[in-house]
Design a binder for this molecule. Structure first.
Ligand SMILES: *[C@@H]1O[C@H](CO)[C@@H](O)[C@H](O)[C@H]1NC(C)=O
Ligand SMILES: *[C@@H]1O[C@H](CO)[C@@H](O)[C@H](O)[C@H]1NC(C)=O
Ligand SMILES: *[C@@H]1O[C@H](CO)[C@@H](O)[C@H](O)[C@H]1NC(C)=O
Ligand SMILES: *[C@@H]1O[C@H](CO)[C@@H](O)[C@H](O)[C@H]1NC(C)=O
Ligand SMILES: *[C@@H]1O[C@H](CO)[C@@H](O)[C@H](O)[C@H]1NC(C)=O
Ligand SMILES: *[C@@H]1O[C@H](CO)[C@@H](O)[C@H](O)[C@H]1NC(C)=O
Length: 365
């Protein structure tokens, strides 16, 4: 028993890696933007009409709202935005860097651990968009090589139409999912396929132990690839899947979904990181995009929690640093320890098997 406990602690312990050295003074070599959006827009138009962005995600159309918002604000520019799993985009960027043929302008990914390395390799532009000074200090590189552009995270998502009686109150804390009412009704993303889901399970196991996971398995959840897939199945009326905690449909309930956030338990939220490539073929277009995303208007419009300390949370929620039940600075530190991440991934692979199914971008869910 003792040795089992010791190995569990070793498995879950995160080394206290300081992700970004907050002691460094702001490096004056970083360019601080002072132009208006319209001045940058004019420079971007002069440079060409297409800006290529690689965005992390698990459905092809997941960033259509960003593309539409950008293109309607800046006619004549095309945001050539490709969504793929961040863990695939990053290796493909490494190939471009290796052969010195960078054609991506901006990169917005969940693999936050890549950014300090890319910075060290000299791959990123030290550039502070307007609003950079308002970003929470823990969310940004002091030399402005990379920074959070919006806060993503998971929540409880359920469909009351698929429940009955007292179950309509929905889940709040992670032990709620062990109630018999959820038997055969849960759909979850493989933790061993997405590190942000892996981190969610890491936090839950730290608090509730492996007994919680063993009990969850007796509920017979369906395991799927992609964080959008559980919400899609919960929302569809032609199956019995009623709840998940590895998806996000935003911060507010909207039919057919209901949303809640744990307060005693810890749920995952993180600053999705953005950077401009130093050799970007369209640096002005990339700068325009980053200034646009960080602008108050865009940050306000997404329904997401902002990376800016001067904006309140959406839908009556507090800003992300004040929100109970989550520590949005923890993910970056956890992701930096790749040895611990890999150990935990294989812990789940041993219990669930390797993720089954096509890439979530091309499956039909
Ligand atoms: C500032 O950044 C430049 C370019 O990345 C680097 O060469 C220089 O050493 C940095 N200076 C300090 C004081 O960190
Ligand atoms: C758009 O992005 C894709 C994927 O990165 C790339 O293959 C293609 O060349 C880009 N198109 C243009 C017009 O730059
Ligand atoms: C629903 O009611 C049953 C029977 O009273 C109880 O055991 C269960 O915990 C309740 N579940 C919820 C989610 O309130
Ligand atoms: C269930 O409905 C969804 C849309 O809500 C659809 O995409 C899917 O193909 C349907 N599946 C089946 C098995 O009918
Ligand atoms: C579910 O969401 C709807 C809004 O879509 C809201 O009216 C209702 O109160 C919510 N139910 C619960 C139990 O949170
Ligand atoms: C953004 O939201 C805040 C808080 O509601 C508000 O004070 C500010 O005026 C908004 N800014 C824009 C540009 O929408």
């Amino acid at each position: 028993m003792v040795s089992k406990l010791v190995s569990l602690v070793a498995l879950l312990t995160i080394n206290a890696v300081t992700a970004y050295d907050q002691q460094l003074a702001f490096n004056q070599s970083a360019i601080q933007e002072t132009r208006t959006l319209d001045e940058i827009y004019a420079a971007a138009l002069a440079e060409g009409s297409t800006i290529t962005v690689w965005h992390g995600g698990d459905e092809k159309d997941q960033q259509n709202s960003l593309k539409t918002a950008f293109e309607s604000r800046f006619p004549g520019l095309t945001l050539n935005l490709t969504v793929d799993l961040s863990k695939y985009h990053d290796g493909n960027l490494d190939q471009q860097l290796a052969v010195g043929d960078v054609y991506v302008d901006s990169i917005i990914l969940q693999t936050v651990h890549d950014y300090p390395r890319w910075k060290q390799e000299g791959a990123l532009l030290n550039y502070a968009p307007v609003g950079f000074d308002k970003i929470f200090p823990d969310f940004k590189d002091v030399e402005a090589a990379f920074y959070g552009v919006y806060v993503l995270g998971w929540s409880n998502v359920w469909n009351t139409a698929k429940l009955s009686g007292n179950a309509t109150a929905g889940p709040k804390e992670f032990p709620d999912y062990l109630d018999p009412i959820w038997k055969d009704k849960l759909v979850l993303t493989y933790p061993n396929d997405d590190d942000a889901v892996l981190f969610a399970f890491n936090l839950i196991l730290q608090q509730y132990g492996i007994e919680w996971f063993d009990a969850l398995l007796t509920q017979n959840p369906r395991w799927v690839r992609g964080s959008a897939t559980p919400a899609a199945l919960v929302g569809a009326s032609n199956n019995t899947y009623a709840a998940t905690f590895t998806s996000s449909i935003g911060t507010a309930s909207s039919p057919p979904y209901n949303v809640s956030f744990p307060e005693q338990g810890t749920f995952v939220s993180w600053p999705q990181h953005g950077a401009i490539l130093k050799d970007a073929p369209h640096p002005e277009g990339a700068k325009l995009l980053h200034n646009f995303i960080l602008s108050e208007g865009y940050q306000n419009s997404t329904g997401r929690r902002s990376v800016r300390s001067d904006l309140p949370g959406p839908n009556g929620l507090p800003n992300v640093m004040e929100m109970p039940g989550t520590n949005p600075t923890a993910f970056v530190k956890w992701m930096s320890d790749r040895n611990a991440v890999e150990r935990l991934r294989f812990f789940f692979e041993d219990r669930l098997g390797t993720p089954q199914g096509l890439s979530p971008l091309i499956d039909d869910l």
